[in-house]
Design a protein around this ligand. Sequence first.
Ligand code: ADP
Ligand code: MG
Length: 326
Amino acid sequence: MSDLNEFGVIQTFFKSAAPEGYIGVGDDCAVFPVRPGFQLAVSTDTLIEGQHFFTGADPATIGHKALAVGLSDLAAMGAKPTGCVLALALPSVNEVWLKAFSAEFIALASKARCPLLGGDTTRNPNGIVITVTVFGEVPIAHALRRDLALPNDDIWLTGTLGAPHLALNYLSGKVVVDEARLAQSRPLLERPEPPYAFAPALLEHAHAGIDISDGLLQDLSHLLKASQCGATLQWSKLPVHPALNNVNREVVKKAVLTGGDVFQLCFTAHANERAYLLALAAQENMQLSRIGTITTESDLVVLDENQTPLSLPEQGGFDHFSSEVL
Ligand code: ADP
Ligand code: MG
C-alpha cells in the first residue's frame, strides 16, 4: 500500500515543466496559446479496465495507448497536437503501475509534442478508468473532414492492416498462439504509432480523412456516407501486415477489412496530388498505399486480382453497443 495521497500522485508522476507561455499541472485550469489563424481541435477518449484493456495488462502499454488513440483523432483531422489532459480513476495508489503508466504516457507526449497540461485524479473501487482529452491546432476552415471526398479521388492509407486484430485474437485466447506471428503483430496492438506528424502536411492536398480505429470497412463507410459517395478498393493494394503472410485467406480478409485498433489514417485526394503525397511519405518515412478510388455509386466494393467483387465479411468493425464484451 502506498502512502501517497492524490496530491502526492500528481506531484510524483504527472507534474512536468509546462512549455514557455503555458500554465500546466498545478493550477485550476491549463492555459495555453492558440496561434492567430488557427482553430482548436479537441477529442476525448475513455479506456476502461476489462473493456478496452485486460485487467493486469502492462501499464506501460496502457500509458502509450491512452494517448495514442487521441493523437490518432487529431491526425484524422490534420490537426497538429498542442497539449493534453488526463483524468485518471484508480481503485488504489499502485506506485509500480503509476510509474510505468506515466513514464510511457509522458514519453509519447514528449515525442508527439503534446504536453500533459492537467487532469484529475480520483478513486474508483470498480477498476481503472482513463480519460484523455487531446488538443490540436488546425488552420481556420482547413480541418480534414469526413464529408468532402469527391468522385474519382484516390483513396490512400497510412501504415498496415490486420496486425492488431491478429494479436488481439491470440491474446484473448480465441485462437492457438503462433509465437512468431504474435511477436510480429503485438507491438501494433499495444504501441500504435498514429501519423500525427505526417497528417498536418496533408492539408491543402487531401479532400477528406478518417482514422480507421474501428476497422477499414466500417470507418471508410462513415466517410462515404458523410461525403455521399461510394468507393472501389483493390484487394491487391491493401497493405497487409507481414504477420499475416500465408495465413488462411478468409482470416486475412476479416483481419484486414474489419479488424479494429488500427490507428492509421485513410484519406482521399485528387489524382494530381500523387507525386506530392508519395514524396511526403518518403520524406517522413511513412508507409503510404493508394488503395482505391471514390465513385459516384452508393456502395463500397472490394475487387480481387481479377476485378471481381469480393464477398465482404458480415461483421462490421467494432461497435460497443453490439459487441460481445458488454
Ligand atoms: P482541482 O481541485 O482544481 O480540480 P486537482 O486537485 O484535481 O485540482 O488537481 C490539481 C492539479 O493537478 C490541477 O492542475 C490538475 O490539472 C492537475 N492534475 C490532477 N490530476 C492529474 C493527472 N492525472 N494528470 C495531470 N495533471 C493532473
Ligand atoms: Mg480535480
